[in-house]
Design a protein around this ligand. Structure first.
Ligand code: CA
Ligand code: CA
Length: 494
């Protein structure tokens, strides 16, 4: 059987390119008004006033700081601060005080101070970890080890075209690579005898295989926090997880991928070899599988793939599948067959589009494979961002040449190191990284516990097919239980 990386066509990348939503646009902060007219209110404050009881925080802009002070004092507001250099007094004000201050001499604008601003959404080069609440979990929650919930202490195995371990997105503070083990499934002749060989950590298996797909996917799992040269920050879903790369080459056959899963089954407890401690090379707790046949198909419980993933689940390792890029309308099942396995801890991931804003009320990607509407066994389990995802690339890698938004950094000589591409291939690695976060939160969790937590906590965004009742809450044939919610999933783990 021939498999292919689950990457959407370039057309959807084009359609997905968008500008970033600014939380507070200074250009709209009004200009001086004719003195005869009351000063403008900011949109947020105007909306707030309609239902305001008590007081709220305001910024009174004056033609001078003296004018602003005078206006605040004259209306009886309680002053709490100043931006002296720009003529702004900060105060607590009631609704009637806000209305009064608009007509005070020299007041040019009244702005709400309590306006919520998007978490990290103002200068992000990639907003997907805002949509999943994964960045929020990494910033605010700690794991069972007492450290931030970044996937620390967990290795994620990425079975893909390979990886460039020297890419700056994988660079640790000490200069080493987050890729702790670098393996290659070699099948010679093609599709016959496959062996998995350990390569030096600096070998770029992605370029060897004329790939690129695996480097992009690996960055989505565990890219280190990085600032681009033109500004904008990004990081992977689990920015302190370690990566074990198992290259199957760019042209996949099922035997090569199964050889990789089999290698994980035999080596997950010590992926760098018996002598290397877990502190530098943690156990593999999850595999990412962004490949599959075109056009879906039926689950084959007798297949080696299914037997291997069930054996992995029994040994505590989660298997994450891309749901596929065949779209559909529910009239037939187009989802990736092994992802349909009902065994707990086998997670099939549909693609969600956050519209490049980090919104949690975006849409199911058109390309994301739908299950058969009348057979819940074929439906994806959950959705994660997979459309317009910026991650590690190299200009010379084949897949990256299909991206349309080259980005540079973090160093001035790092040109074309990031690019934006789409597919359920990009959705699955978000979940693989999230699974690492969840195992850090609860190292005693079973793979079935992890899948259950992802499902019961998923955010019910409304786009697409209706949700219907299932054993773990409502679900749907296009987006499964909904958009993953890392903070919610941690709580659901208990
Ligand atoms: Ca499942
Ligand atoms: Ca994006």
């Amino acid at each position: 059987m021939k498999l292919k990386p689950l990457l959407a066509c370039a057309a959807s990348v084009l359609a997905a390119s968008a500008t970033f939503a600014a939380a507070g646009d200074p250009a709209s902060a009004g200009s001086a008004q004719p003195s005869a007219q009351p000063a403008n209110l900011s949109d947020f404050l105007a909306g707030q006033l309609a239902s305001l009881t008590g007081t709220t925080s305001v910024m009174v802009h004056g033609s001078s700081i003296a004018a602003a002070r005078q206006a605040v004092a004259a209306t009886g507001m309680r002053k709490t601060g100043e931006f002296t250099g720009i003529g702004v007094v900060i105060a607590q004000a009631s609704r009637s005080q806000v209305q009064a201050v608009r007509s005070a001499p020299g007041v040019t604008y009244v702005e709400g101070g309590a306006q919520p601003i998007d978490f990290l959404a103002d200068d992000l080069a990639e907003t997907s970890n805002t949509a999943t609440r994964g960045a929020e979990a990494a910033a605010n929650l700690v794991g069972a080890d007492g450290t931030p919930l970044t996937g620390k202490g967990v290795s994620v195995a990425v079975i893909d075209s390979g990886v460039d371990p020297t890419h700056p997105y994988f660079r640790e503070a000490d200069g080493s690579s987050a890729v702790v083990a670098n393996l290659k499934a070699v099948c010679a002749p093609v599709g016959e005898l496959c062996t998995v060989q350990r390569l030096p950590r600096v070998v770029d298996t992605d370029t060897l295989s004329v790939g690129g797909h695996g480097t992009h996917v690996s960055g989505i799992v565990a890219g280190r926090p990085t600032t681009l040269t033109e500004g904008g920050r990004l990081q992977g879903a689990a920015p302190a997880a370690k990566l074990v790369s198992i290259s199957t080459g760019a042209a996949l056959v099922i035997l090569g991928a199964d050889s990789a899963l089999n290698w994980v089954l035999e080596n997950h407890e010590a992926p760098c070899g018996a002598g290397v401690p877990a502190s530098t090379c943690p156990p593999i707790k999850v595999t990412n599988n962004s490949y599959g046949p075109s056009g879906g198909g039926e689950l084959d419980p007798e297949s080696a793939t299914v037997k291997l993933q069930r054996a992995l689940a029994a040994e505590g390792v989660v298997t994450v599948w891309a749901a596929g890029n065949d779209g559909g309308d529910g009239s037939t099942s187009l989802t990736n067959p092994p992802g349909q396995d009902p065994t707990g801890g086998i997670v099939s991931v549909a693609s969600y589009y956050d519209q490049d804003t980090g919104t949690r009320d975006g849409v199911v990607s058109e390309f994301s494979s739908r299950g058969l509407s009348t057979d819940a066994a074929t439906w994806p389990d959950v959705s994660a961002p997979g459309e317009s995802i910026t991650s590690s690339c190299r200009l010379y890698l084949a897949i990256c040449a299909t991206g349309l938004d080259f980005r540079n950094g973090p160093g001035v000589l790092d040109l074309g190191t990031f690019n934006t591409i789409s597919g359920t291939s990009m959705a699955a690695p978000h979940v693989a990284g999230i699974v690492a976060q969840l195992f850090q939160a609860d190292p005693t969790a079973t793979p079935a516990d992890i899948e259950r937590a992802l499902k019961v906590s998923a955010h019910k965004f409304t786009d697409g097919a209706a949700y219907v009742s299932g054993p773990l809450g409502t679900t749907s044939y296009d987006k499964g239980h909904g958009l993953v919610d890392v903070v919610g999933a941690v709580a659901a783990l208990g």
